[in-house]
Design a binder for this molecule. Structure first.
Ligand code: AMP
Length: 404
């Protein structure tokens, strides 16, 4: 028995989708609708065998989803939209309410909209994506999968900021953490590959992409993570600074007359690899410039690795040891240089990387004599979303439909 599950990531002017056959986890079709709201919007669909692309006006998200469903049938990827058994939606923020993925109801949708206060750029458009699918496929179960939910296992010392208490109790200012779907998928995959239950492992997972976060996972539970109240905190990223002395902000605001919005832009869009290197937010470009002798680019790469090392170190202290370190995300999966820089001089921890395996992006890159496993795992948030749709919304149907 196979189910067709759609995984959706709705942005303000884009909609990413992937249709998966579950429980096999194979991709039937994936693609993107871009420039929604523009006369020259673009839809791209890819199956393992074919690719289609079309430029046309798309007025809004409702039109985008209608078009997507038409194209899926038109290109005979599915016979009709009724063949879709479930839809999973990526939602940025679940606050303290959503500790796991949930089946969407009118109440859960209202909560997601209410949480826009914490994620003003993302939750409203995630909620819009959910609403449109519910209107067009009213009988198909919808599941919301939150970027924050995996980290709801953090305990108070990991999530409380040392501010006056009312900032937590009245305004909800605390560490929430993000990239949860990726950290959850990657740690589960690691345990599968090792043939060891996740409950027996202490893992640090490094999701290193345009946005980067580190997560400490003990016994399968997130016990700490580097992103915080917003995705701005923690390690240095493509255009985000990560942690800095917080007093820099009021100082710069007074000195340069910057507004809160301008400070946000400075921290989120002008800093990180781009800010230090002056070259690019893209790790590959910075690597290339560093190899060409650009001193600031070299410093940017060193800073990037050092801040990750400091975070990993603190998580090893918190967990009382480490069984496995995992790399994922565009940089983590592909850059041998980044992995080598992060893992250098850690022999004293039993963490030793084999240079050749690292160069080859092997699944495990630790040396023969290493105590700590070092894994490279391609993240797959869409598969995790589809699994959660199966678990949350289709379990009953699955048991009913699976022949005895
Ligand atoms: P993501 O946000 O996960 O798509 O990751 C994007 C980041 O991965 C960018 O900084 C890219 O430069 C980086 N990246 C992708 N491929 C490579 C590669 N082969 N070597 C180094 N960095 C890479």
């Amino acid at each position: 028995m196979s189910y067709k599950i759609m995984a959706i990531n709705a942005g303000s002017s884009s909609l990413k989708f992937q249709l998966l056959a579950m429980p096999q986890g194979s991709t039937l079709c994936q693609g993107l609708i871009e420039r929604i709201g523009m006369p020259d919007a673009r839809i791209t669909l890819k199956t393992p065998a074919e690719k289609w692309q079309e430029t046309l006006p798309i007025a809004d998200h409702r039109e985008a989803v209608t078009l997507l469903l038409e194209k899926l049938s038109g290109y005979r990827i599915i016979r009709s939209p009724e063949e879709i058994d479930g839809v999973g939606h990526r939602v940025a923020h679940g606050g303290e309410i959503f500790k796991d993925s949930v089946r969407v109801t009118d109440e859960t949708l209202a909560e997601i909209e209410r949480l826009a206060e914490l994620a003003p750029l993302h939750n409203p458009v995630n909620a819009l994506g959910i609403s449109v699918f519910r209107q067009l496929l009213p009988d198909v179960p919808a599941v919301a999968v939150f970027d924050t939910a995996f980290h709801q296992t953090l305990e108070e010392p990991a999530y409380i900021y040392p501010l006056p208490w009312r900032y937590y109790s009245e305004l909800g200012i605390r560490r929430y953490g993000f990239h949860g779907t990726s950290h959850k998928y990657v740690s589960a995959t690691l345990a599968e590959k090792l043939g060891v239950p996740l409950s027996a492992l202490r893992v640090v997972c490094c999701h290193l992409g345009n946005g980067s976060s580190i997560c400490a996972i003990k016994g399968g539970r997130s016990v700490n993570t580097s992103m915080g109240f917003t995705p701005q905190s923690g390690v240095m990223m493509g255009t985000r600074s990560g942690d800095i002395d917080p007093s820099i902000l009021p100082w710069v605001a007074l000195r340069e007359g910057k507004s809160p919005q301008q400070l946000n832009h400075l921290l989120n869009n002008e800093s990180g690899l781009l800010g230090v290197s002056g070259v690019s937010p893209d790790y590959r470009d910075v690597e290339q410039a560093a190899e060409g002798g650009n001193r600031q680019a070299q410093l940017a790469l060193t800073l990037f690795a050092e801040r990750i090392r400091a975070t990993i170190g603190s998580y090893i202290m918190q967990m009382g040891g480490l069984d496995a370190l995992v790399f994922t995300g565009g940089i983590g999966e592909n850059s041998a240089r980044a992995r080598a820089a992060i893992c250098q001089n850690l022999h004293f921890l039993g963490l030793i990387v084999d240079e050749e395996k690292n160069r080859q992006n092997a699944a495990f890159i630790q040396a023969e004599n290493a105590m700590v496993k070092v894994a490279v795992i391609n993240t797959n948030e869409e598969l995790m979303i589809a699994r959660d749709v199966m678990r949350v919304a289709l379990t009953e149907t699955v048991t009913q439909r699976v022949p005895a």
